[in-house]
Design a protein around this ligand. Structure first.
Ligand code: KG4
Ligand code: ZN
Length: 355
């Protein structure tokens, strides 16, 4: 029955595998339609270390891979034989973790006799929005903010043309959320906890610094980010409070810190969009799930005539559907599949969308 459906449509049925960090994700899409998004996270195993431990992540991917593929196929109501292509994150990410996904994808592609697409993790964060909001505007200005990356990209064609405009010069935005959460004794990963605490705090209670926004910094780093000074400022503020014996007002610190991060992200993203003459801003990556970031981006973009697209939170954090979405776009646009000996490249540049 599923084979018949496959024959009746031109839209490619693609299975995507994501293992660049601590989520084993297997997604199945048909064109722009999401059929399954199975995710097994090892986040709880890393929590006590306050960050992802690469070896632990790799082992967890190995254990989760086959059951997650099975779960995705079951949800989509297909067998692996039905798919038109396999897509996998080839990089960037943790080397050992990427290797597990790439090895699994190669095994499937060879065993099933299907084409294999090794795709860029960052471009996948952009492509996933098509599953929710339809075809991407071309060009689109993409801001990707997660635990591992913070970048501004000009995207002409998500399968070939991604141009980096700026990136963080130290910590990633999500990393800053995670580190500040730790200072406030909130669990890892800290972003969702800061988001929740901030709702009952004042965003103007403490005036935390906005990195790389001074006139001098803007000359060299107009579209770059820096969050390590902000993290240090929060640490100093909290330490001073603790020394004085007064309780730390967690909600106010969370709200003021979150405001500083979002202010810089939104300011720079809108500046880049205006500079590039782009009217659509797409925000992706785990931090895009932040409620204040979404609200601030929308309210500041509107008077500038810039439309904001943010995938729903489940599609913002790492998942297999995003890889399948980019793979389906590769097939639809007739891109040449990857060689079966494609490498896992932990530092794959964003300009290399397909290896
Ligand atoms: O994209 P992602 O799942 O994995 C990486 O590629 O890093 O992003 C995870 C990051 C973590 O740093 C987490 O704290 C952050 O996204 N995050 C958030 C929120 N939800 C997740 N940060 C701020 N607010 C949130 N609601
Ligand atoms: Zn990511």
């Amino acid at each position: 029955m599923w084979r018949d459906r496959n024959l009746m449509t031109d839209e490619p049925l693609v299975l995507g595998i994501e293992t660049s960090c601590d989520e084993t994700g297997v997604g199945i899409v048909r064109g722009h339609t999401l059929l399954a998004d199975a995710v097994a996270s090892s986040v709880d195993e890393h929590a006590r270390f306050g960050g992802v431990v690469p070896e632990v992540a790799s082992r967890a991917h190995l254990e989760a891979m086959v059951p997650t593929i099975e779960r995705a196929c079951e949800t989509a109501g297909i067998t692996p034989y039905d798919v038109d292509a396999i897509a996998v994150t080839s990089g960037p990410g943790l080397a050992g973790a990427l290797l597990v996904g790439v090895a699994a994808a190669k095994a499937l592609a060879i065993g099933l006799g299907k084409p294999l697409y090794g795709v860029n993790h960052l471009a996948s964060h952009v492509a996933v929005d098509q599953l929710e909001h339809g075809p991407l505007p071309e060009p689109v200005l993409a801001m990707l903010v997660s635990g591992g990356h913070s970048s501004l990209l000009r995207v002409e064609d998500v399968t070939t043309g991604v141009t980096p405009l700026g990136a963080t010069i130290d910590d990633a935005a999500g990393e800053a959320f995670d580190k500040v959460a730790r200072l406030l004794s909130l669990p890892f990963p800290g972003g969702p906890h800061i988001d929740r605490e901030a709702r009952s705090g004042s965003s103007v209670a403490i005036d935390f610094p906005r990195g790389l926004t001074s006139r001098k910094d803007l000359e060299r780093h107009r579209f770059d980010f820096s969050f390590s000074g902000l993290k240090t400022a929060v640490a100093r503020w909290v330490e001073a409070r603790e020394r004085s014996g007064e309780p730390v007002p967690v909600a106010n610190v969370a709200a003021s810190f979150q405001e500083a991060v979002c202010d810089v992200l939104v300011r720079k993203a809108l500046d880049a969009a205006t500079d590039q003459g782009i009217e659509d801003l797409l925000i992706g990556g785990g931090v895009a799930a932040n409620s204040r970031l979404r609200a601030m981006a929308e309210s500041r973009a509107e008077p500038l005539g810039i439309r904001v697209r943010v995938p729903r939170p489940g599609l913002c954090t790492d998942n297999g559907a995003m890889v399948a979405a980019l793979g389906a776009e590769m097939v639809a646009r007739g891109r040449t599949p990857s060689a079966l000996d494609l490498p896992a490249d932990s530092s794959q540049p964003v300009t290399s969308v397909l290896v």
